[in-house]
Design a protein around this ligand. Structure first.
Ligand code: ADP
Ligand code: MG
Length: 627
């Protein structure tokens, strides 16, 4: 029988495995055991619908056998087995395997990071073996087959002898080299350690012959004897007691389950025993999945009914605003044969989902309180989703989410909660102030913030597009309304001050009317500013739509809105005198000035100038005139 070649990707992955670094190698056993367990699961599922198959739990197990003399390690299972075709399809090409989908060349190059953390499947065997033999007999077949490979040069498949259904994998463990020790994978204690670490919650027994010693009767001598032992505790981690588990246990589970490449930033373990009974393990990932904010991202938790997986991604279990949460729910109260459609209306499920939402919120709040640094890291990754959550569905979830929000504070120079902001508000401050802009640095320099900052009030900086939309939906926090530093009435000026600026606007009515005419269609009004201290001009908006919102909405397809822009002039700035003077003596100059000031205000807002050539020409004209 001729040699068959691996598919291209498989070959590259194999090379990666063969050259893997030491600390990652031990996961080969996790991979082979998980395949064995999957194979037994498959028989279990078949038995559920096929009366000719009976499933006796005690007939199903995984056995690990090490033999130092022949340097072989065997992983034997009583699972569903593979036909000749399946050996070819499943082991000849990695592309078919669910565990490893290459997205790009880079991912393959970075593979060394992936190996340790993530499932790499069957080929992981080549990290420790220079030859792998798989003998398998599929359920319902008479004939067994043998697959053999020494690595990258290909594999052979031929008929073989095997009594019972299942798979037996034999690894020819590599010889030690100067730098690397492979003997350990033949050592009982080491194998036990690896199994405990990675595969403890596998539902089927993982058995191993373990050497023990005992005292012979009537003698002081110890003699060795061999006894078969089940190494794993078999109880799934979510059914264990929280007190038995360490952070590391959860991390290993997270990785074993392939919830992400990272570590969880928060692990939540729920054992709920009341009107609804369920166990759940939930994770908040540390990093945002690369596709998180794309259409491709699918939220959902795994759903188990008493230890048996019934749905891989049950979307109804987590609300959209917590769609970053990974994990599983196991409930005895759910029927195994429940259909997807029924599941959606299932009362138990709805209750569990409600309950889970509450727990996630509580846990996030306690993270916010107890480990702010971690919480900020979380917020950096998923804060945007929380803000979308406030905005979506007409603000239905805003009360759930408002205390989870963080915004940058002008005073604290860091992220703060709304509760913290409100607790610091001086007696006379009526509103929660915010300013919008592309970045903190940019907002720091915004002329519009001058008055509020001068007053000593804290300003929240909104740097994300969603911020202002979310806040408008929220409307107020703790009975305090939100107010943009650009809004017409800041609620700061005294009646006298208001009057004074109105008078000033009145006195210069004609000047402003003239300027407005020159800016035809671009501004709704030109007026005296109450908020500017040192800057000459700024742009604000009257009405519901802010300039920032106009930017965001107009960036969306088929959407168009216009903010009612107002050009505000600082009456205490020398430029105001210049304007007045030009109005009296040189209208042509006033037109130039108006154009330049308006464009200046646009630039400060981060808006594009409409006609850069005209603007720069105007600037030149002024330079020439004043020289
Ligand atoms: P994955 O487990 O993610 O599918 P693997 O590379 O680990 O990827 O395995 C590839 C495929 O080979 C499996 O999907 C399964 O069909 C088959 N396979 C591997 N090991 C066994 C086994 N012990 N018994 C039956 N089938 C197996
Ligand atoms: Mg696998």
């Amino acid at each position: 029988m001729g040699k068959r070649k691996f598919k291209a990707e498989s070959k590259r992955l194999l090379e990666l495995m063969i050259n893997s670094i030491y600390s990652q190698r031990e996961v080969f056993l996790r991979e082979l055991i998980s395949n064995a367990s999957d194979a037994i699961d498959k028989i279990y599922y078949k038995a559920l619908t096929d009366d000719t198959i009976t499933f006796n739990q005690s007939d199903y197990y995984i056995k690990i056998k090490a033999d130092k003399d022949s340097r072989t390690l065997k992983i034997i299972d009583t699972g569903i087995g593979m036909t000749e075709d399946e050996l070819e399809k499943n082991l000849g090409t990695i592309a078919k395997s669910g565990s490893f989908n290459f997205k790009s060349e880079n991912e393959i190059k970075d593979g060394h990071d992936i190996i340790g953390q993530f499932g790499v499947g069957f080929y992981a065997a080549f990290m420790v073996a220079d030859e792998v033999t798989v003998i398998s007999k599929a359920l319902g077949s008479e004939q067994a087959f043998k697959w053999v490979s020494k690595g990258t040069d290909g594999y052979t498949i031929e008929p073989a002898e095997k009594e019972s259904v299942g798979t037996e994998i034999t690894l020819k463990i590599k010889n030690n080299t100067e730098d690397d020790n492979y003997d350990e994978y033949l050592e009982e204690y080491r194998l036990k350690e690896i199994i405990k670490k990675y595969s403890d919650f596998i539902r089927f027994p993982i058995k191993m012959d373990v050497t023990k010693s005992k005292k012979e009767d009537d003698s002081d001598e110890y003699v060795d004897y061999v006894e078969e032992e089940t190494i794993n505790s078999m109880v799934p981690i979510w059914k264990k007691n929280k007190s038995e588990l360490t952070d590391e246990d959860y991390e290993i589970f997270y990785q074993e389950k392939r919830y992400g490449f990272d570590k969880p930033i928060k692990s939540i373990h729920l054992n709920v025993d009341g009107t609804i009974r369920y166990n759940a393990i939930l994770f908040v990932p540390e990093n945002r999945p690369f596709d998180y904010y794309s259409q491709d991202y699918e939220k959902g938790l795994e759903l188990y009914s008493n230890g048996v997986l019934i749905m891989e991604k049950c979307a109804d279990l987590v609300p959209d605003h917590f769609s970053f949460v990974k994990g599983l729910v196991d409930s005895e109260d759910l029927s195994l044969n429940i259909s997807r459609e029924m599941l959606q209306q299932d009362r138990q499920l709805t209750l569990i989902a409600k309950n889970i939402e509450k727990k996630i919120k509580t846990q996030l709040l306690s993270l916010q309180r107890d480990d702010r640094e971690k919480y900020e890291k979380f917020f950096e990754a998923f804060g945007r989703q929380l803000k979308f959550g406030v905005y979506n569905e007409f603000g239905m979830h805003k009360d759930t989410l408002k205390d989870l929000l963080l915004f940058y504070s002008s005073k604290e120079k860091k992220l703060v909660t709304l509760a913290e902001y409100v607790s610091r508000m001086p007696e006379d401050q009526k509103y929660i102030y915010y300013a919008t802009g592309d970045s903190i640095e940019r907002i720091d320099k915004l002329p519009q913030t001058e008055l509020v900052a001068d007053k000593g009030y804290e300003i929240l900086y909104f740097t994300e597009e969603i911020d202002e939309f979310a806040i408008r939906m929220l409307m107020n926090y703790d009975d305090k309304e939100f107010k943009s530093v650009s809004s017409h009435d800041l609620g700061i000026e005294s009646e006298d001050e208001k009057k004074a600026s109105e008078e000033e606007t009145n006195e210069n009515k004609e000047l402003f009317a003239y300027m407005k005419e020159k800016l035809a269609g671009k501004v709704k009004e030109v007026r005296v500013s109450k908020r500017l201290r040192t800057h000459p001009v700024c742009l604000t908006a009257d009405g519901e739509i802010s300039i920032e919102m106009e930017k965001v909405i107009n960036a969306m397809p088929d959407q168009h809105v216009t903010a009612e822009k107002v050009l505000e002039i600082n009456p205490n700035h020398d430029v105001f005198l210049t304007l007045k003077d030009a109005y009296e003596n040189d209208k042509e100059k006033l037109e130039l000035y108006t154009n330049i000031l308006f464009n200046q205000a646009l630039l400060i807002e981060g808006l594009p100038v409409e006609d850069p050539v005209e603007l720069t020409n105007n600037m030149c004209k002024i330079m020439v005139a004043s020289s």
